[in-house]
Ligand binder design. Structure first.
Ligand code: DER
Length: 232
């Protein structure tokens, strides 16, 4: 489909930044799916040698199946490059991530990298972050109280509408790879992403939020016709 072609085009262009011997962070989601496919091909057909740190169990499984050398962040300590998707990116290349429920490990891996490249399609490009629900990972202990504290904190910032939902997986609450829960914040526009991110992470029980501020270095946008554009 056109959207899959756009995602593939973005992943293919991003693979040009992968050098022999790199320690690479692998993202999570449907765009990162194509990155793992492209890298698997390069490993099997072109002798690419990389050590890859996945940002989720599902990316780890896919990467192993592709024949990619999967290691832990503990094994390598630091990464040369992380390539991951995003739910939204603004002109400053700040992101909302976490649509796929993996933003905690994604932010750990991205910030433990010399460079972060986001692979995306045009639907993720926004002037102002906030239309996409902002995921917040919280510990299960007393989660209703934590959710109430989050909602209360939003009264003090300019985010337009504000409603929170517990992310579900069928009839059960969704649990992350770390065994935590996710509260999705349905806002309208985030006037100050840095302020909101810092404020959310101060709340007891909050582990991490999906705002990536000053983390992404480059965004690659793929298009359905197979073309791509790189924004630094
Ligand atoms: O959950 C995540 O952070 C994903 O990377 C998300 O931001 C992008 O997922 P997509 O490539 O399936 O749109």
């Amino acid at each position: 489909t056109p959207v899959e072609m756009a995602k593939f085009a973005s992943a293919r262009r991003a693979s040009y930044f992968v050098e022999q011997g790199m320690r690479l962070g692998l993202g999570t989601g449907s765009t990162a799916f194509w990155l793992v496919r492209v890298l698997g091909h390069m490993v099997r057909e072109q002798g690419l040698q990389i050590r890859a740190v996945p940002t989720s169990e599902r990316t780890a499984e896919q990467a192993r199946a592709e024949g990619i050398d999967v290691v832990t962040l503990q094994d390598v300590g630091w990464l040369d490059l992380t390539i991951d998707g995003a739910d939204e990116f603004d002109p400053a290349l700040n992101l909302i991530k976490g649509g796929g429920g993996a933003h905690l490990r994604e932010k750990i891996v991205a910030t433990a990298s010399d460079r972060m490249i986001v692979i995306s399609d045009a639907s993720k490009q926004v002037d102002t972050l906030g239309a996409f629900p902002l995921p917040v990972e919280i510990v299960p202990f007393g989660w209703q109280a934590t959710r109430h504290l989050i909602e209360e904190s939003l009264l003090g910032v300019d985010v337009g509408a504000r409603k929170s939902t517990l992310r579900m997986n069928g009839t059960q609450p969704y649990t992350t790879d770390e065994g935590n829960l996710i509260i999705d914040l349905h806002l309208s526009r985030i006037a100050n992403a840095r302020q909101l991110s810092l404020m959310l992470n101060q709340i007891a029980g909050v582990v991490e939020n999906g705002l990536f501020v000053d983390i992404c270095d480059t965004v690659v946008i793929g298009h359905p016709d197979g073309s791509d554009e790189v924004i630094d």
